[in-house]
Design a protein around this ligand. Structure first.
Ligand SMILES: NC(=O)c1ccc[n+]([C@@H]2O[C@H](COP(=O)([O-])OP(=O)(O)OC[C@H]3O[C@@H](n4cnc5c(N)ncnc54)[C@H](O)[C@@H]3O)[C@@H](O)[C@H]2O)c1
Length: 258
């Protein structure tokens, strides 16, 4: 097992990519502290994983709130004496023309996708330093590498997350904390299902043609799955990636090659 005796904190773990990473890490022996803004979903996730005889606790709350971020780290230390892995996964996304983008959308997107990662890193890095190292995996997006239209707040938040990743990687490399980002293209999750209609409108195509439109442009000819992301997160979190830090890895089926 690649994460035996490691403790991992995962934000936004109630569904989608975060839940898949939680299950993958549990299967590989990790103890888990799961967060989500939706209490029902994160409690159900922790319960399901615990039933499979893995240790998992849940801490519900908005991870963009500094008191929630601090309490997630405190609960992890209380329950498992420290933290080895942090996955900053919680995120929100909205396709909307720039001139119709409200300040509220801008601020919520920046707060959830970027400020929350800053807060979680501040809360968790001290305990990693005490332990002599750790691994942080930020769930970014190719939208953080290459801007797309009608996606300003999201692109800005994910570009900022890459900056955070690279800066922290340089600052903490000598103390054995590695920080990397995964940058998927479109992943089949509830977030994508909720956005697909707006994507069709933006592209001027009927909703039923969205899947074909997208996969036709992806060299590997399919959408990314939550398992694809979880596999890469496992690698980056594990000691196998011991020489890797400061990277923002595209996971796009070949659509983006930088
Ligand atoms: N789905 C995609 O196409 C795609 C592509 C690239 C990157 N991503 C990124 O992957 C991550 C996960 O996305 P997903 O597709 O699984 O989304 P999702 O909406 O299916 O799941 C996100 C989870 O985060 C939780 N969440 C939202 N705001 C929160 C907050 N303030 N505090 C705590 N939890 C919060 C939600 O309740 C939800 O359970 C996000 O950062 C997203 O930007 C997704």
């Amino acid at each position: 097992m690649k994460l035996k005796n490691k403790t991992a904190v995962i934000t936004g773990a109630g569904r989608g990519i975060g839940l898949a990473i939680a299950k993958k890490f549990a299967h590989e022996g990790a103890r888990l502290v799961l967060n989500d803004i939706n209490p029902e979903s994160v409690e159900a996730a922790a319960e399901e994983i615990s039933k499979a005889h893995r240790k998992a606790i849940s801490v519900a709350g908005d991870v963009g709130d500094p008191t929630v971020a601090a309490s997630i780290a405190e609960r992890a230390v209380e329950a498992f004496e420290g933290i080895d892995i942090l996955v900053n996964n919680a995120g929100v996304s909205e396709i909307v023309p720039f001139l119709e983008t409200s300040q509220e959308t801008w601020e919520t997107t920046l707060r959830t996708n970027l400020t929350a990662a800053f807060l979680m890193c501040k809360a968790v890095i001290p305990t990693m330093l005490e332990r002599g190292g750790g691994s942080i995996v930020n769930i970014g997006s190719v939208a953080g590498k290459q801007g797309t239209d009608q996606y300003t707040a999201y692109c800005a938040s994910k570009a900022g997350l890459i900056g955070l990743t690279q800066s922290l990687a340089r600052e903490f490399a000598s103390r054995q904390i590695r920080i990397n980002a995964i940058c998927p293209g479109i992943v089949a999750t509830p977030m994508w299902e909720e956005m697909a209609g707006d994507y069709a409108t933006k592209k001027g195509i009927p909703p039923e043609e969205v899947a074909e439109y997208i996969t036709g442009r992806i060299p590997l000819n399919r959408l990314c799955t939550v398992e694809d992301v979880a596999e890469l997160a496992l690698y980056l979190a594990s000691d196998e990636a011991g020489y890797m830090t400061g990277q923002a890895i595209s996971l796009t089926g070949g659509l983006v090659m930088t």
